[in-house]
Structure formats: structure tokens, C-alpha cells
Design a protein around this ligand. Structure first.
Ligand code: SF4
Length: 346
């Protein structure tokens, strides 16, 4: 390996929604004896999912497989309303770790559909977020993945139409469809700032700054992570000659040279990023590029807060739970998802 320098995109890696979801599931593991069930991967990252599996979490794609009275977490990507309803039967202890920014899109779908709008939803077919969002009002939503798809949806130009999106698209992908939709539906309604979330756009903007300077860009993250894949598209579109997505340092090719840009999808831990840098072993070290500071914090799911409050009471009257501090969630803001994962690995 003969890498001169690493340009490290900032921000990168865990976003506020992923932090919330990982910490919430770590709490479930701490509170309940195994198995704790999780509907879909808690976040789309192989490394994170494996840590939870080793700690007794069973990931399922059908909530009806979860035995009655069992603890069940719903993932960060959002859950279809009918699935959530089924999950909440049979006395299961359900905690919904959906990101509030996904919930916002669910809300937009619900309101617009009630007002009689047709909804063009820009997203990736089969992605869990898209599936959950479209299920809020399936009769009103039309999925498009490319500008060409707009030609094939059965919505007349005169009917009230809204344009919504999956939160993790690449900005280019979104803009291409937006530009065409505005022409085909001049009275299009859309939320003020669109649906792409701050974490998605911040990571893409930071990567765009370094892509043209790098011989190779490495994006750390899993293949099923939409925002990770979006980052690879951004790097290519902004001039990186060679773009590689890796799950971990072991997948980094050993013949890289020159300047290498590094970033990570919103569900990839920073420790994987630093292992990649270690493997690249750059002669002149690494430099962080990007000046956006993210200080968004999403508090734990309300059901988890209630649960811990209830447990405290139960402990007082002698009901068996794993012991935790009385006001344990008060310090949630100071604890990072990486800290939670490190505790689970210990
Ligand atoms: S990428 Fe955006 S929408 Fe997805 S979990 Fe993170 S903050 Fe929420």
C-alpha cells in the first residue's frame, strides 16, 4: 500500500436517528433476558447487527413469529401501520425505534392522502423505509425510482399531487426526478425543505468536497444501506476515479495509492472507519474535511422511557427484571451508540 494521505469526510457515519435506534436496542438487551426480537435489521449495518445477534437479539421479518409477551423492537426505518398493529397484539412489549424524520414522511403521506392528493413517492422499491411509508396510504401512493417512471404513473396533470421521498436518496437522484415532476405537475405540493434528511445531505456535501481530489474514495457501509449507496453515487458524480464500498478494513484492496477519500454511511460505526485508515496507513496521515457540526439529538422512544419508569416501580415491589439505574435514561444524551456497542462487545 502506498497511500499519501487520507481525506476524511466530516460529518460521516452515525446520524441522530441511528444513534437513537442502537441505544434503544442496547437498552432492551440490558433490560430483558434473551431473546429480544427486532423487526428488520435495527439499522442497515452488518457489523452492528452481528453485535446484537451475539447478545441474544433475534431479527425477524414477520412480527407474527414473535411469541406472546416477548420484547420486540421496530427498526429505525419505520414500520407499516398494519404491521405495527399486529406487533402490538399478544401482549408483546413493543418499542418503536423509528427515526422521527421517517415518521414525518409517514405523517405527510397520511395528511396528503386524507386531503385527496395523489402522492408521487421517490424511493427504492423493496427498501424497508419505502415499504413502510407507502403502506400508510397504498391507494394514493405511486412509487418512482427514475424520471422515466413519471411517464408511467396514472395521475392526470390536473389532480392534486404531492411529491414525497425516501429520506436517504442521493441529492442528484432526487433533483432529476423533482425537475421533471415540476414540469409534468405544475401545481405539485411538496414539504418546504423536501424529505431528504439533514444527515443524508450533510454526508453527501462533505463527500462532494473531497471526491474530485481523491484517486480513490472508500465508503464504509453495508450494501443494503440506501444512504451508503447514495454516497458511492455522489463520489462518482463528483469526480472520484475509483469508488469502493467496503463493510470493513479487511475488504480494502492492498494496491491503493495517492490520496484516498474516506467516508461512512449513516449506519456505519466510526471505529470501522478508523480501522480502514489504519489499514491504508497513509504516509502523511489523515485530514478531516467539512465544517458542518451536527448536534441533533433524538431522545429514546417514549415507550422505552415509560418501560424504564415502570421497571423502577416493579423493582420496588419485587418483580424480576434485570437491574438498571432508577433514572438511567437521564444520561442518554451523553452516551453514544458507539459506547453502547462497546459495552455489548465487552
Ligand atoms: S439517515 Fe436520516 S432519516 Fe435515516 S435514521 Fe438517520 S437521520 Fe433518520
Amino acid at each position: 500500500m502506498s497511500v499519501d494521505k487520507v481525506l476524511l469526510a466530516t460529518p460521516r457515519g452515525f446520524c441522530a436517528g441511528v444513534e437513537k435506534a442502537i441505544k434503544a436496542l442496547a437498552w432492551m438487551v440490558k433490560i430483558f433476558p434473551p431473546p429480544v426480537y427486532c423487526y428488520h435489521e435495527i439499522v442497515h449495518n452488518h457489523y452492528v447487527v452481528e453485535i446484537f445477534k451475539k447478545n441474544g437479539v433475534v431479527f425477524i421479518d414477520d412480527v407474527n413469529l414473535v411469541p406472546a409477551f416477548s420484547p420486540l423492537m421496530l427498526s429505525a426505518h419505520g414500520t407499516a401501520p398494519d404491521v405495527e398493529e399486529s406487533a402490538r397484539t399478544d401482549h408483546r412489549v413493543v418499542i418503536n425505534a423509528v427515526c422521527p424524520l421517517v415518521t414525518k414522511v409517514h405523517h405527510e403521506v397520511k395528511i396528503r392522502s386524507k386531503k385527496g392528493f395523489n402522492i408521487i413517492y421517490v424511493g427504492h422499491s423493496g427498501h424497508e423505509e419505502a415499504v413502510g411509508t407507502m403502506a400508510v396510504a397504498p391507494e394514493s401512493v405511486y412509487l418512482v425510482e427514475t424520471p422515466q417512471d413519471l411517464d408511467n404513473i396514472p395521475i392526470s396533470d390536473s389532480s392534486p399531487t404531492a411529491l414525497l421521498a425516501q429520506t436517504t436518496l442521493s441529492q442528484d437522484e432526487w433533483k432529476d426526478i423533482l425537475d421533471k415532476a415540476i414540469i409534468t405537475h405544475p401545481d405539485l405540493w411538496m414539504p418546504n425543505r423536501g424529505d431528504l434528511c439533514f444527515a443524508t445531505t450533510n454526508r453527501q456535501d462533505a463527500l462532494a468536497e473531497i471526491s474530485h481530489m481523491a484517486e480513490t474514495v472508500i465508503v464504509v457501509g453495508s450494501a443494503n444501506s440506501s444512504n451508503t449507496v447514495a454516497l458511492t453515487k455522489v463520489a462518482k458524480a463528483r469526480g472520484a476515479k475509483n469508488v469502493i464500498r467496503v463493510n470493513s478494513d479487511s475488504e480494502v484492496p492492498d494496491d491503493l495509492t495517492g490520496i484516498v477519500g474516506v467516508t461512512a454511511g449513516a449506519s456505519a460505526p466510526d471505529e470501522l472507519v478508523f480501522k480502514v485508515i489504519e489499514r491504508l496507513n497513509p504516509k502523511n496521515g489523515y485530514e478531516e474535511v467539512g465544517n458542518v457540526i451536527e448536534d441533533e439529538y433524538f431522545p429514546p422512544p417514549p415507550e422505552l422511557r415509560e418501560l424504564i419508569k415502570g421497571m423502577t416501580k416493579a423493582l420496588e415491589i419485587g418483580v424480576q427484571f434485570r437491574k438498571t439505574k432508577d433514572n438511567a435514561l437521564d444520561s442518554d444524551r451523553e452516551l453514544t451508540a458507539s459506547d453502547s456497542l462497546a459495552l455489548l462487545r465487552a
